[in-house]
Design a protein around this ligand. Structure first.
Ligand code: SF4
Length: 706
């Protein structure tokens, strides 16, 4: 750091972008964040950061920050005071709920808040506003992992640790482009070679030759959305060849007989080869490598989750691990990798798909336990989950939901079928957006609650390996912005008796954290043994952390730790592949796949403000195979349009690339200028409600072929 710019102090914290959860330091000079560097002692990243982490301080004072609340007056968003903003929104919420019922107000949050903020927000929405129509944008990325884990193990919870990447003999990356999306995880794989002297076999399963495939010893370029069939086919071969772990199956699983019958009747290798495009010999090779490894790790992310059969595909990954005994041991776990920095925090305490502490809405015992701990009447705990994100949008369309409060997410870039979404949002009486940045969604809001951002507030983020990390406040919030926690606490005072009932003794993040500890005590996601001081000292703590495991727990479901099912055994579930609902046809000859690039994060509200990142990836592009490029008479650098049955995207630059096979294209979703979600399909997993962002039929329009 040049002397003139040398920070006055360094504040130890956690990266606020992705679910890897890297430890870092913020350099502070004259009250501003001026530098970011990795924490060499943090076990996740050991001093390194990806390009986003290294430039994170730059977004904190970006021009697109909202320094004060905004209220739309005469059609223009106008700066206001907090009292005016809270008064207006609370009056409208009350009017709408009086006229149309409590559920007519809905809330969509995020994976970006701190755990204490999620917890307070969920408590306020569900118990204070009394609406259970509350969900997070985490449903757009992680919901299938949640539901898959629940149906297999009886509870959500990533089973392993990053350390397992360093200990596995085989690493199966399926639908996981970690090189772009979770780059620091590559360190743990690299460490594997160093420590054991023996290189692990890396298998990458992806229809696209992503950057991650370059790490692969075996690249499996299967047909789009055939992963579940592949997994079932591998199980067939393993059971046919007698490579399964009989002892583990007998002692640790339920349902083997029915599972085996289903697989052997429906997924013979020839059939699986036909569905996946992977030949039979290669299927046998893959099955043998995975099944005969001492320790096999499987990891997945959006390529699996973002599918209308995502939940069952997650269970299929778990089935493969279970029949080979790859659970609860070093290097042996089926591991979901989360998207946002605190997707896990919202899963555990967000009050969306479960009551905080992984409790069930449907269980009277769970509702009573939670109500007793936090000192509220049991009757106000919802007896069922309300609408999930896509159901909220449908209910707005039907006129059932009249007010929407969007917290730190940007549906007007991230949600599928953008034209349908815009039509729905027009029907609202009130749109409130709470964000640190003037996002695309904030721009159309009636009221904007101006939030503080990363480095301006404190609390915890939990990463993909269940590690609760502490994020420290380094600088003062911009203008009159407030932390998301303070917004919730103060807004709750505008509703009679709500603040007194829910937050009387709670005013700081640590107060909320202490309540979370009580709420989670004895549950799988047990935080009761944690404290801010201990988290800082240890570089994060993996839950469960309690008297039995005072320094946390590296992996779930080891021999000593039963699953959360009634008998403590994992469920081997027969799950089925299904063909795509929207296939290529004469008018729509190409299959669109969407995803991400390492330089950008989500909808670019943050990374779009950082010059170096935006220069590296300034706009969307379309990867097009050489054969398709020839058919369309286009070359790299040309500009084309992409259209489907729901919309059209103009002016997308062409990259002719061998990374996609003929008939398939790839476009990153981050960019509002080339809004690829105008084309994507509003098709959802019926169990998780996660959208299928990965396959829809499109055509391209070039100057030569309009
Ligand atoms: Fe931040 Fe994720 Fe990059 Fe780590 S890998 S620095 S957590 S964005």
């Amino acid at each position: 750091v040049a002397k003139a710019k040398a920070p006055d102090k360094w504040v130890r914290t956690t990266c606020g972008y992705c679910g890897v959860g890297c430890g870092m330091y913020i350099g502070v000079k004259d009250g501003n964040a001026v530098y970011s560097k990795g924490d060499p002692l943090h076990p996740v990243n050991m001093g390194t950061l990806c390009p986003k982490g290294l430039s994170e301080h730059e977004m904190v004072r970006a021009d697109s920050r909202v320094p004060a609340p905004l209220i739309r007056k005469n059609g223009t968003l106008t700066p206001s005071g907090w009292d005016e903003a809270f008064s207006k929104v609370s009056a409208e919420f009350k009017r709408i709920q009086n006229e149309h019922g409590k559920g007519a107000v809905a809330v969509i949050s995020t994976g970006q808040l701190l755990t204490e903020e999620f917890y307070a927000l969920g408590k306020f929405v569900q118990l204070g506003l009394g609406t259970n129509n509350y969900d997070g944008n985490t449903t757009l990325c992680m919901a299938s992992a949640v539901m898959g884990y629940k149906q297999t193990f009886g509870s959500d919870g990533p089973t392993g640790s990053y350390e397992d990447f360093s200990k596995a003999d085989v690493i199966l990356l399926i639908g996981a482009n970690i090189a772009d999306n979770h780059p620091i995880l590559k360190l743990h794989i690299a460490k594997n070679k160093k420590m054991t002297g023996k290189k692990p076999t890396i298998i990458v399963v992806d229809p696209r030759k992503s950057k991650t495939s370059q790490m692969a010893d075996i690249f499996v370029p299967l047909k789009p959305r055939s992963d579940l069939a592949l997994l079932n086919g591998l199980c067939y071969i393993i059971m046919e060849q007698g490579w399964e772990d009989e002892k583990f199956i007998k002692e640790r699983t339920n349902g083997y007989k029915a599972f085996r019958k289903h697989i052997m009747n429906n997924y013979p290798p020839q059939e699986v080869a036909h569905i996946t495009g992977i030949d039979v010999k290669e299927l046998y090779n893959l099955a043998k490598i995975y099944a005969t490894a001492d320790a096999a790790m499987s990891a997945w992310t959006m390529g699996v989750n973002q599918s209308s059969i995502g939940t069952d595909t997650v269970s299929a990954i778990c089935n493969l691990a279970l029949i080979t005994g790859n659970l609860g041991r070093e290097g042996a776990s089926p591991m979901s990798i989360t998207g946002q920095c605190n997707a896990m925090g919202t899963r555990e305490f967000g009050f969306t798909s479960s009551i905080p502490g992984y409790r069930n809405y449907a269980s009277a015992q769970d509702r009573k336990a939670f109500a007793d701990i936090i000192g509220v009447p049991e009757e106000i705990i919802p007896t069922k989950r309300g609408y999930a994100y896509p159901q909220i949008i449908d209910a707005i369309n039907r006129g059932e939901i009249k007010a929407l409060w969007v917290v730190a997410t940007n549906p007007l870039v991230s949600y599928p079928d953008q034209n349908g979404l815009r039509e729905a949002l027009k029907k609202l009486d009130l749109l409130v957006v709470q964000d640190a940045f003037l996002s695309d969604t904030a721009e159309i809001a009636d009221v904007v609650f101006a939030a503080a951002t990363w480095s301006e507030k404190e609390g915890c983020y939990t990463n993909s390996e269940r590690r609760c990390n502490y994020a420290k406040r380094a600088i003062d919030p911009l203008g009159t912005t407030k932390s998301d926690l303070d917004i919730v606490l103060e807004f709750s005072k505008y509703f009679d008796g709500v603040h007194e009932m829910l937050f009387k003794e709670l005013s700081t993040p640590e107060d909320l954290f202490n309540e979370i500890k009580k709420v989670s005590k004895g549950q799988l996601c047990d935080y009761s043994g944690m404290s801010y001081a201990l988290i800082e000292e240890l570089g994060g703590i993996q839950w469960p952390c309690n008297e039995k495991a005072p320094k946390g727990t590296k992996r779930l479901y080891s021999e000593e730790m039963p699953c959360s099912t009634p008998d403590g055994k994992a469920n081997l579930l027969p799950v089925d592949w299904q063909p795509l609902s929207e296939m290529q046809c004469k008018g729509l000859p190409l299959m669109l796949n969407t995803g991400r690039t390492v330089e950008q994060f989500h909808t670019r509200t943050k990374t779009g403000t950082i010059g170096i990142l935006d220069n590296l990836a300034p706009e969307a592009w379309v990867d097009l195979s050489p054969k398709d490029a020839a058919k369309l008479k286009v070359k790299s650098g040309d500009r084309i349009a992409i259209s489907g049955t729901r919309g059209r995207v103009e002016d997308v630059i062409v990259k002719v690339s061998e990374t996609v096979r003929e008939g398939n294209i790839f476009v990153p979703f981050h960019f509002n200028e080339q809004l690829i979600n105008a084309v994507t399909i509003p098709e959802f997993d019926p169990k998780s409600f996660e959208p299928n962002y990965k396959q829809c039929a499109v055509q391209l329009h070039s100057a030569a072929v309009p």
